[in-house]
Design a protein around this ligand. Structure first.
Ligand SMILES: [Zn+2]
Length: 261
């Protein structure tokens, strides 16, 4: 007997009824299909124009690129250097869980393209410590919505990349990504619709508005409120993504070009 004999599924995308916050219309089409907005690409010439507007003869670098050694950022580096002839500073976060192959990929890429690279680590083994603490806390009260708590240290990557942009007076930070790995399920698990605008997303995610969000998860499991984790969470809240308060209000002169691909 298969799952389908028990589970209702969307007739368009086959998501099952067990997906958080899913609803179906009379034709069994889910709300995610209804709210899906196709990515509108503005075209390569527009991208070139934008990137070139940050070129400065006086600066050592035209842009800073976050590089992980994975497919997206490696391709982005190749494109910026080979096709757009930009002076790139590659910035790598030496994640304690990084695969050695990723390090080899970075070394090969920067050597082949003659690009400067800097690597940074987070101080005091904060990544390992917060992961271990939040993982053991999660085991006491397992909840799918709290799984992202394990990765709170990753929210410190962007502020560190921005530091390098400031240090070298670079006005443009680029990251590579692709729409097929968009992780909307994290919001859904926190009861935040993918349709919500930025402010609603922020306030609901942190439980400032409405019931739910990270605040709710922390109330259910106060172990997450460990003094070791709080500074990381606050910095992540302020600087965790290009749309959060820090980049928007504290570093307004730096353009964060995310989802480059
Ligand atoms: Zn669907």
């Amino acid at each position: 007997m298969t799952d389908d004999e028990y589970l209702k599924r969307c007739s368009m995308c086959i998501l099952p009824e067990t997906t958080p916050n899913i609803t179906f219309d009379k034709d069994s089409v889910c709300n995610f299909c209804h709210s899906h907005v196709k990515v509108q690409y503005e075209g390569e010439s527009k991208l070139r124009e934008l990137l070139y507007s940050y070129r400065k003869d006086s600066s050592k670098y035209d842009c800073v690129l976050g590089i992980s050694g994975g497919r997206d950022s490696s391709y982005t580096l190749l494109k910026l250097v080979k096709d757009y002839h930009l002076k790139v500073l590659a910035v790598n976060y030496e994640n304690p869980f990084t695969d050695p192959q990723a390090k080899t990929n970075i070394e090969n890429a920067v050597e082949a393209l003659n690009v400067d690279v800097v690597s940074f680590k987070l101080k005091n083994n904060i990544h390992e410590k917060t992961f271990k603490h939040n993982f053991t806390s999660w085991l006491r009260e397992p909840s799918p919505a709290a799984i992202p708590m394990m990765c709170i240290a990753c929210k410190l990557i962007l502020p560190n990349v921005i530091k390098y942009a400031k240090k070298y007076d670079v006005g443009c930070v680029v990251t590579g990504g692709n729409p097929y790995e968009y992780i909307s399920f994290k919001r859904e698990l926190l009861n935040v619709s993918t349709d919500d605008n930025y402010m609603n997303l922020l306030t609901k995610s942190f439980g400032i508005k409405g019931f739910g969000g990270i605040a709710n998860e922390m109330l259910k499991n106060p172990l997450y409120c460990h003094p070791m984790c709080i500074p990381t969470m606050v910095t992540g809240f302020l600087y965790g993504n290009p749309y959060s308060f820090g980049p928007r209000f504290l570093s307004p002169n730096i353009n964060l070009n995310s989802d480059f691909l």
